[in-house]
Structure formats: C-alpha cells, structure tokens
Ligand binder design. Structure first.
Ligand SMILES: [Zn+2]
Length: 123
C-alpha cells in the first residue's frame, strides 16, 4: 500500500515538473526581440552597478560604458579604468565608447574639465 503511494507521488511529481519545464521553455522561445533585449540590457546594467559598488568600475561617463564590462576593450574581468586613465593622462587607454560619450557630453562629473581628453583622442 505505502509503495503504491510513494510510486504515485513520484509519478505526480515527475508529471508536474515536466509541465513546469515545458512552460518555462515555451516562455523563453515566445519572448519577442524587444523584451529579450530589454531583459538582457537590464541585467547588464545591474551587473555594472554591482561592479561600480565593488569599485571595479571607474567609468567616466553616466550611464557607464558597457564595452569595458563586456571585455571588448583592454580590461578583463568586467572592470573599467577609463576614469583613472583620463586622470593619468593616458587618453589612448580610454575605451571608444567612453570617448564617444564624452564627446556627447556624458561626463559623470559636474565639473566637466575632469573628463577632458587630449586633442589627439578627440576626432
Ligand atoms: Zn569604458
């Protein structure tokens, strides 16, 4: 008798679990492009916020660049040192996304002279 109950319980559990997995898989595949992009960019933004709090991300623009986090520039491990490179006068090490952001007036400081790049970087 108790074996039957155990078997039935396991059977029901398996059934419910497979329905749950199937519905999750379907939800992902029916997510449209805009929703998916928005969800991914939100996650990326939250991850960068965490990196800023951990002092791994000292970006010069606001909102911060994503290029450094993605490892598409000279920094690895999701760090950004663009801010420090400007302060050190190493403008050639400031990522292209930050350079463009600065050109578009996205310097995160109220005093924008902190974000000034040398003439060789500004296109
Ligand atoms: Zn950057």
């Amino acid at each position: 008798m108790s074996r039957k109950i155990i078997f039935l319980t396991l059977f029901l559990f398996t059934l419910v679990t497979s329905f749950f997995v199937a519905s999750l898989t379907e939800a992902e595949s029916t997510e449209n492009f805009e929703d998916r992009r928005s969800r991914i960019l939100d996650e990326l933004s939250l991850a960068i916020d965490d990196a800023v709090l951990d002092e791994k991300y000292s970006c010069c623009i606001d909102p911060p660049c994503t290029m450094c986090y993605m490892g598409s520039w000279i920094w690895d491990d999701g760090i950004c040192r663009c801010d420090e490179m400007i302060a050190n006068g190493e403008d050639d090490k400031v990522c292209p996304q930050c350079v463009r952001g600065l050109e578009e007036g996205q310097c995160k400081y109220a005093n924008e002279t902190i974000c000034e790049l040398g003439p060789e970087v500004i296109s």
